[in-house]
Design a protein around this ligand. Structure first.
Ligand code: 59J
Length: 572
C-alpha cells in the first residue's frame, strides 16, 4: 500500500534531537556528580556496612603469691555476637546456630526480634575456643566472634577472701581484684576492622587506640601456708559447730601477711552462686571485743608507767572485785599472784587493778600505738579501724574493763599486728599484703625492748603446765601467746551462751619468726575456751610454718621424741 508519507516538520525534528541531547548532557553531569563530586560520600556509605569499630580487650594482670604461684589469671575465650538484622535475614540458619550454642532456636529468634534494630547483640559470652571454632565454621551471615578473657582462680575457696573476684566484664568486685582494679585491668583498645558478609573480620583498617595490658600483682601470701590455714580453720569451725572464724599468720619482722583465712568461705569460680554474706573478709571487717588477749598490753602499760615493778605480787582475793556497781570476776580465786601468773591464768581482777592504777593517758598510749582504733592499713576493701575511745572521756568502769579487753572493738588484723610488738623489741610492724607496694611505712614504737621481752616471757607460761593454752604447744619450739574467751555483746549487755574463742601467739620465743591470731565465732559443740578451741588451730598452722621455713628449733624435744630421733639417726 502506498505509504502515506508522513510529513515531519523540521521544527519537530529539531525539538526531539534537542531533548535527546539535553538528556545526554544531564546524564553526563550526573555521572560526573557521582563519580567525581560525591564519590567519597557514597563510597563511605557503601563501606559503612562492612567497617566496624570493635573493642580490643586488654589482658588483665595475674595475681600471684609470694613465690609466683598464680592465684588469679585470665585465659582467652571467645564471645559470639550478632548483627540482628543481618542474622534475621538468614533466619533459616538459626536452628543450626542454636544447636552449636547449646540454646533454643525459638528463644534465640525472640531475642533477635526484640533487638532487631540494634547493630550489636551478644549471643553467647565466654565460649571455649573449640566451641567458638564450630560457630565460625557455620559461616552464618551477621554472626561474629570477639576475643575476650575470662578470670580463673586456681586455688578457689582457699584464698578467695584475699583475691576476691571480677564480674563477667573482668571488673574487680571484691578483695584485691577490687582494691587494685586499676593496676590490674589496663585499658581496652579500639580498632576498625573490615568485615565480610559473614561477620568475619577480613583485615584491620585502622587502630584507633591499642589495648594496654594490666600489671601483675604479687602478694605476700604463701599459698602453701594459706592452704594449711584454710584447712585447719575450716576443720575447727566444723568440729565446734561454730558460726565462723578467722586466722591470720604474719612474718614477725616484715609484717608480711603469709596466710589470711575466714570461714565461712565461697568458691570464686562459681560467680553465679556467690552469696555476698560469704564474701566478707571477716579478719578485716568484723569487729569484736577482744577480752583477755588485751591483758599483755595492760601489764606492759603498768610496767612502762611504773605503776608496779616486775616483782609485784597482786592480791586478787576473793576472785571478785567491785568497780562501782559492776563486779569483775575471775574464773576462780587465784589469790596472791605475780604478773606472769596473771597472764598465764588470765586474771580479770589482777588486770583491773593494774588498769585502774595506771594513768589513763599512759594506758591509752600503749593501746593506741599498738594500733587499736586505727586502720591496719593493709588495703583490703572494707577494712575497719575498730574503736578505742580517747582517754579524757574514760569513766572509771571503762578503764577497768579495758584492762581485761572490753569496751574497745578490734578485728583479727588488729590483734596480729599488735602482737608483732612482742617479736620486735617493742616496735609494731605495719602489716602488708602486696609485695610491689613501695611505700614501706615506719615501725611504731610502743614499749621499751625490756618490757616487750618481759611480757613475751610471761606469755610463754600460757603454754606451760599452769597456763590456759597447753594445746598451743609445738614440739621442738618454744611458744608464747594469750588465750581469750569472751562472751559476745548482746542487747543490753553480754550473752550468757555465745562466745568468741581466741588465741594470739608467736614462735619461736628465742627469736620470734611468726605471729598468728585465731578467732572462732560462737563455738557451739560443748567446748568454748580459747585454749581448747582456738589454740589447736594456732599450733597446727604455726608448726607447719616453722617447718616449711626451716626455722631452727629452740626447745629440746620431749624425751620420747628425742629418743625416737636418736634411734632414727643410729639406723641411718
Ligand atoms: C567469760 C567476759 C563479758 C564482758 C566470762 C567467759 C566479762 C565482763 C563486762 C564468763 C566465759 C564465761 C565488761 S574464763 O578470757 O572472763 O580462755 O581459757 O566475757 O568478764 O566483765 O562463762 N578464759 N574469760 N568474761 N565478760 N564483761 C577466761 C576469761 C578469759 C579462759 C578460761 C575460762 C572471761 C580459763 C569472760 C580461757 O581470760
Amino acid at each position: 500500500m502506498g505509504a502515506l508519507k508522513r510529513q515531519v516538520s523540521p521544527w519537530r525534528l529539531r525539538l526531539v534531537a534537542g531533548a535527546l541531547l539535553a538528556g545526554v548532557v544531564i546524564l553526563l553531569l550526573r555521572a560526573i556528580d557521582l563519580q567525581v563530586l560525591n564519590r567519597d560520600f557514597l563510597q563511605g556509605q557503601g563501606e559503612a556496612r562492612q567497617v566496624r569499630t570493635i573493642v580490643e580487650a586488654a589482658y588483665r594482670g595475674q595475681i600471684t603469691d609470694r613465690n609466683g604461684e598464680a592465684l588469679a589469671l585470665s585465659g582467652p575465650v571467645e564471645t559470639v555476637w550478632a548483627h540482628p538484622g543481618e542474622l534475621l535475614a538468614a533466619a533459616e540458619r538459626l536452628p543450626e546456630l542454636a544447636r552449636v550454642l547449646d540454646t533454643d532456636a525459638t528463644a534465640l529468634r525472640a531475642r533477635l526480634d526484640q533487638r532487631a534494630n540494634r547493630e550489636f547483640v551478644y549471643l553467647r559470652r565466654h565460649l571455649p575456643p573449640e566451641q567458638a571454632r564450630q560457630v565460625e565454621a557455620l559461616s552464618v551471615p551477621g554472626v561474629g566472634l570477639l576475643r575476650e578473657f575470662r578470670r580463673y582462680y586456681p586455688h578457689g575457696e582457699t584464698v578467695a577472701h584475699i583475691v576476691g573476684f571480677t564480674n563477667i566484664d573482668e571488673k574487680g568486685q571484691e578483695g584485691m581484684e577490687l582494691a587494685f582494679d586499676g593496676w590490674l585491668s589496663g585499658h581496652p583498645g579500639a580498632k576498625r576492622v573490615l568485615r565480610d558478609r559473614y561477620g568475619r573480620s577480613i583485615r584491620d583498617v585502622a587502630s584507633i587506640r591499642p589495648a594496654r595490658d594490666g600489671h601483675d600483682l604479687s602478694l605476700t601470701i604463701d599459698q602453701r601456708l594459706q592452704f594449711l590455714a584454710y584447712r585447719e580453720l575450716k576443720a575447727a569451725v566444723q568440729a565446734h559447730n561454730a558460726a565462723g572464724g578467722s586466722a591470720v599468720l604474719v612474718d614477725a619482722s616484715t609484717g608480711d601477711i603469709l596466710a589470711l583465712v575466714n570461714q565461712p568461705g565461697y568458691n570464686p569460680n562459681n560467680r553465679a552462686q556467690i552469696d555476698l554474706d560469704l564474701t566478707r573478709n571477716r579478719a578485716a571487717t568484723d569487729t569484736l571485743e577482744p577480752g583477755s588477749v588485751i591483758k599483755p598490753f595492760t601489764v606492759a602499760a603498768a610496767l612502762e608507767a611504773g605503776t608496779v615493778g616486775l616483782d609485784v605480787i597482786l592480791d586478787t582475793n576473793p576472785g571478785t572485785m567491785r568497780v562501782g556497781r559492776h563486779t569483775v570476776r575471775d574464773f576462780r580465786n587465784y589469790g596472791r599472784i605475780d604478773l606472769a601468773t596473771l597472764i598465764a591464768r588470765s586474771s580479770n581482777v589482777g588486770s583491773t587493778q593494774l588498769a585502774l592504777d595506771t594513768p589513763a593517758e599512759d594506758f591509752w598510749r600503749i593501746l593506741h600505738h599498738a594500733g587499736f582504733g586505727q586502720s591496719p592499713g593493709v588495703g583490703l576493701p572494707g577494712e575497719v579501724s575498730g574503736l578505742l575511745r580517747d582517754f579524757p572521756t574514760w569513766r572509771r568502769i571503762e578503764q577497768a574493763t579495758l584492762g581485761y579487753g572490753y569496751g574497745l572493738s578490734v578485728t583479727p588484723l588488729h590483734l596480729v599486728a599488735a602482737y608483732t610488738v612482742f617479736a620486735n623489741d617493742g616496735y609494731r610492724v605495719p602489716l602488708r599484703l602486696v609485695r610491689t607496694a613501695g611505700d614501706q611505712r615506719e615501725r611504731q614504737f610502743v614499749m621499751r625492748p625490756e618490757t616487750a621481752g618481759q611480757i613475751l616471757a610471761m606469755m610463754e607460761q600460757v603454754t606451760g603446765q599452769e597456763g590456759t593454752a597447753r594445746q598451743a604447744v609445738i614440739s621442738g619450739y618454744r611458744v608464747a601467746g594469750k588465750t581469750g574467751t569472751s562472751r559476745k555483746a548482746a542487747a543490753g549487755g553480754y550473752s550468757s551462751d555465745t562466745y568468741y574463742s581466741l588465741f594470739v601467739g608467736l614462735a619461736p620465743v628465742s627469736n620470734p619468726r611468726f605471729v598468728m591470731a585465731v578467732v572462732i565465732d560462737e563455738p557451739n559443740a560443748g567446748e568454748y575456751y580459747g585454749g581448747a578451741v582456738a589454740a589447736p588451730v594456732f599450733s597446727r598452722v604455726m608448726e607447719s610454718a616453722l617447718r616449711l621455713f626451716h626455722v631452727p628449733p629452740d626447745k629440746l624435744m620431749e624425751p620420747p621424741m628425742q629418743i625416737a630421733v636418736e634411734r632414727a639417726e643410729r639406723r641411718s
